[in-house]
Design a protein around this ligand. Sequence first.
Ligand SMILES: Nc1ncnc2c1ncn2[C@@H]1O[C@H](COP(=O)(O)OP(=O)(O)O)[C@@H](O)[C@H]1O
Ligand code: SF4
Ligand SMILES: [Mg+2]
Length: 390
Amino acid sequence: MVTLIGHSSNPASLTSFIRKTHLSLDGVSMARGDQLLILKNLKAYYPSKKGLVRAVDDVSLEIREGECVGLLGESGSGKTSLALAIMGLFEKIARFSAGASKDPDLRRAFDKGLPGTTDLPGVQGSVIFKGRDIMGLSQEELAAIRGRELSLIPQGLGHALNPQHSIGHQTAEPIEVHDENIRLIELKRKVLEYLGLVRLADANLRFVLDPASFSGGESQRILIAMALVSGPYMVIADEPTSALDVTVQRQIMEVLRMVQDEFDLSLLLISHDAGVVAEMADRVAIMYAGKIVEFANAADIFHEPQHPYTMGLMTSFPTIAMMQMRAGKRPRLRGIPGDPPDLTDLPKGCAFHPRCRYAIDICREEVPEYREVKPDHFIRCHRWGDIEEE
Ligand SMILES: Nc1ncnc2c1ncn2[C@@H]1O[C@H](COP(=O)(O)OP(=O)(O)O)[C@@H](O)[C@H]1O
Ligand code: SF4
Ligand SMILES: [Mg+2]
């Protein structure tokens, strides 16, 4: 038996205490550094008029208890689709947009495939969360995990909050879904506690207002509170600062950093902005055309990138150039020539080859394997170890 002598009765602190002492409320003991989420060969394809959109294409990744992994890639590289696939929401959304289409081929695509392709749309591969493959679970079983153990702060403030309900009502929802017998007074106390935790000004007066009464930064705080209120092990934050101005971005990053530390959360921080990822991530995965091309600790990614795409990406952000300068390097801001490929019509071999200054024959023919080249450093490139940044 564990006695919590002198510990605060505040549930946020209790959750944090449980996480930090590696206890567990549900019988599965997790320790900091244990693998919490493992993705194995994950694929997520949408049907479209042009063919299959290979938005997530053979992604393997793991996130440990208590760490922040940054997922960085250009717009359209598949980051949101990966988040949806992990949450078990991808297929629902893909089916919904295909079903809304006037094209009969698209509406039938999940059952019959698309003309000209043998692969089916949908999700394949494994999503192992706390040691259990959650890919095969029913929608009810998944719903029991979603929000309670694994939460998403969705991209796009505009659509994320329901304009019809007060923010207090919406913050209460994730708790009510998993505990329908909770007393109203306890529910209200919890809602106000979490809205206070994310430092929403005057939460105790304003929780009855609808979303239109809140600024972008405040709405993002509310979404963070909603993701945390049921005490998850892991949160996926999809572009949590992208719709906000610079000062508010900084405040939101501070809130995220504070809650990650307070709850000892695992965080998958998704962004197209390397500066945002550099502020918080312990490790960083670089996504290009649906694939992870490099995954390593943050210092290696930002100071010693090994994949040609990562090398180019790091020359696209002034904040990273300044970081490198402070570390005694001579950064160059030159970006990457060309555009990312159409995910319905990927180039043969390495999808980056048309933009890669190091491409050789094999790059145009064979897809490079994703391999661990050093402990905890993964790369997808035929020429790893054979090129030096110019
Ligand atoms: N509902 C959908 N139906 C078909 N294609 C989609 C849908 N949603 C996104 N896509 C396509 O999937 C690809 C990856 O998109 P997304 O995951 O949103 O990338 P990111 O988050 O990195 O910007 C893009 O080519 C995008 O156009
Ligand atoms: S596999 Fe070839 S084309 Fe692709 S990143 Fe490596 S060197 Fe460039
Ligand atoms: Mg996105």
